[in-house]
Design a protein around this ligand. Structure first.
Ligand code: GLN
Length: 193
């Protein structure tokens, strides 16, 4: 499977390393034309307003919506999760707006800006090592969204069909189990296309 990592801003190399560890071929995506040869796409963490601005500037909004419309999987981590959401608390406009959920940015407050934890995730055998950095939370999900994990009662991993989102950075550790889960989603989607 050939999986892209949107390389406009954020933790790109780390995602590529984790995808390759999970058995996929990883590609840094800087131009919309590259999407054509890909089976799935990761939208990394960073700063969602910056990533959103650059996506608009380089034509990625429509291109990625089209990509997703073909049933090709997307995985958004941290800022990437905010990019996927169709509603952002306190903001008028969403970015891609493809995933049926309401998210809150920087939702852990100042004292807990960054921390690491072992997080049980539905569908993955061992807990996932998760790094939270000024992380968003999923406040509400629509009917078609499956909650895969919570932390202190708040939703931090969710899946809607071919869309996967995590509040945290799974790419900043040696644990690539969530990437392996995504690679599987990409394989399944490719088999059904
Ligand atoms: N706080 C960032 C935002 O709101 C996300 C942080 C991250 O991706 N680590 O976009």
């Amino acid at each position: 499977m050939k999986i892209g990592v949107l390389a406009l801003q954020g933790a790109v190399a780390e995602h590529m390393r984790s995808l390759e560890a999970a058995g996929a071929e990883a590609v840094a995506v800087k131009q919309t034309q590259q999407l054509e040869e890909l089976d799935g796409l990761v939208i990394p963490g960073g700063e969602s307003t910056t990533i959103g601005k650059l996506m608009r500037k380089y034509g990625f909004m429509d291109a990625v919506r089209q990509f997703s419309g073909q049933g090709k999987p997307l995985f958004g981590t941290c800022a990437g999760l905010i990019i996927l959401a169709d509603q952002i608390e306190g903001q008028e406009e969403a970015h891609l707006g493809v995933m049926d959920m309401v998210v809150a940015r920087n939702a852990f407050g100042r004292q807990r800006e960054s921390f690491e934890t072992d997080l049980p995730v539905k569908g993955i055998e061992e807990p996932v090592r998760a790094v939270f950095i000024r992380a968003p939370l999923i406040k509400e999900v629509g009917e078609g969204v499956d909650v895969l994990s919570t932390y202190n009662g708040e939703i931090v991993t969710a899946r809607q069909g071919h869309l996967l989102a995590s509040s945290y950075h799974p790419e900043l550790t040696d644990d690539y189990s969530l990437h392996a889960y995504f690679v599987n989603m990409v394989k399944e989607a490719a088999a059904n296309r």
